[in-house]
Ligand binder design. Sequence first.
Ligand code: IPD
Ligand code: CA
Ligand code: CA
Length: 276
Amino acid sequence: MTCDPRERAALLDLAKSLARAAGTLQRERYETKLAIETKSVALDLVTEVDKQCEALIVEGIRAARPQDAIVAEEGGNYETQKRDIPSSRDWTWIIDPLDGTTNFAHGYPCFAVSIGIEYRSVREVAVVYEPLRDELFHALRDAGAFRNDRPIRVSDETQLERAMLTTGFAYDIHQNTDDNLDLFRRFIKRARALRRDGSAALDLCFVACGRFDGYWEKSLNPWDVSAGLLLVEEAGGRISDYAGGPAPRSGAQIVASNGKIHNAMLDLLQEAARSQ
Ligand code: IPD
Ligand code: CA
Ligand code: CA
């Protein structure tokens, strides 16, 4: 069963206004003194602003849509207090209140609010707001992808050798030997350029609007990728896991590209896997 388009449009409006409100808070607190704590490991930070933005967004959803399920980075599944994605409600909000926390904590200007909304486990609405450039990316399933309400498309680069790529590293890089460094080396030796900007949500938006040609990363979470994956698809790109199968909702393994360099990226990923 598909969702009601008018209800979906109302959800998009609500997501946009909550993302703008959280982004405004981030802009105001950028480069100010912050209370910072660590989470799973020493590199995994959370600031008071991450928590305030999540509270603001969750309260806004609760007030307007008490029937919806909410999964967010700092609070997990708001019904069960675990980190799973619920399946019992029609609509589920998947929220990263501040993607790029390490950047934010260091005053590096690359962070965003990411809100994905699913209808019965299908990604339907995507909103990513980058407050410093005031860029609001949004997408609706089968209705296109936009930056500040103007349509966006992925790049048309066909050669990995001329591509600008991006990736990221998990917070357990100090402990885990499966650390993406072999892939980083292989891709940087092949592509024109490779960046590591520290916001998976923006990495995906930048693939969607053609700034990057391709992206790969593993060990992400649903809130890092829910919005960005729909943006890439709706901008004409391709998403998958490292073997070319469906991109997992969990964010466990993601390849996103303009589609034209996707097979070359998968070939390199598979070659690396075979040589392990
Ligand atoms: C992180 C960023 C980063 C990625 C990490 C994520 P956070 O999210 O998206 O780019 O490499 O794996 O956890 O903690 O800043 O919301
Ligand atoms: Ca994140
Ligand atoms: Ca976050």
